[in-house]
Design a protein around this ligand. Structure first.
Ligand code: FES
Ligand code: FES
Length: 209
């Protein structure tokens, strides 16, 4: 992980107690800037992570690019949806795995450098190598867990992350895990049924992968 430089500063000139001009660097954010010179310096990082099983290196990753924007705009992985873009709806959920395990996280509030060293799976990357759908996807179809479909990739990724860590969740645990995923169409009932159907024996298989 290579850090370069961060923070925006203004070089300001004031009159000191001695009556002589004094110059100092002042952070721009929230500061009253009277100086003549403004320098802009931004952190850039080289990061490496796994994306759908493939090692990816991003050089000079900007600290202000979200994982969601990068996935959609740089990689064309538009299965990860943009809804609220502020961490409330779950449409952008991806599965992130690190030493602590797997979690469904909102890609719209994850900055790219934060996934250094992690494994990221998007909805495009959860089918089996021979193309079979993930059990959660199969059961979402079988139980009519999708209507307009906008929330579905996020729901699927949250459910996949849940079953990876807890192959036999109770209905209550499923509902709690889905709290961050909003659906305006289905009423959640069929989504929960689908996830419970994908649990059990299939869940054990998912957890072992
Ligand atoms: S788009 Fe990320 S939580 Fe809504
Ligand atoms: S199926 Fe339409 S928002 Fe969930």
């Amino acid at each position: 992980m290579n850090f370069t430089c961060q923070t925006t500063y203004a070089l300001s000139t004031v009159t000191s107690n001695t009556g002589k001009p004094a110059r100092f660097l002042r952070r721009i954010e929230g500061a009253h800037i009277t100086g003549s010179l403004v320098r802009r310096q931004v952190f850039h990082m080289d990061i490496t992570f796994l994306l759908n099983g493939e090692s990816v290196e991003v050089r000079d990753a900007s600290p202000t690019v979200t994982l969601l924007d990068w996935l959609r705009e740089e990689r064309g992985l538009t299965g990860t949806k943009e809804g609220c873009n502020e961490g409330d709806c779950g449409a952008c959920t991806v599965m992130v795995t690190d030493a602590r395990g797997s979690r469904g996280l909102n890609a719209c509030i994850l900055f790219l450098p934060q996934i250094e060293g992690c494994a990221v799976r998007t909805v495009e990357g959860i089918s089996s190598p021979d193309g079979d759908l993930h059990p959660v996807q199969e059961e979402m179809i079988a139980h009519h867990g999708s209507q307009c479909g906008f929330c579905t990739p996020g729901m699927v990724m949250s459910a996949a992350a849940l079953l990876k860590e807890n192959p036999n969740p109770t209905e209550h645990e499923v509902r709690v895990y889905l709290e961050g995923n909003l659906c305006r169409c289905t009423g959640y009932h069929n989504i929960v049924k689908a996830i419970l159907a994908a649990a059990g024996a299939q869940g054990e298989k998912i957890a072992a992968e």
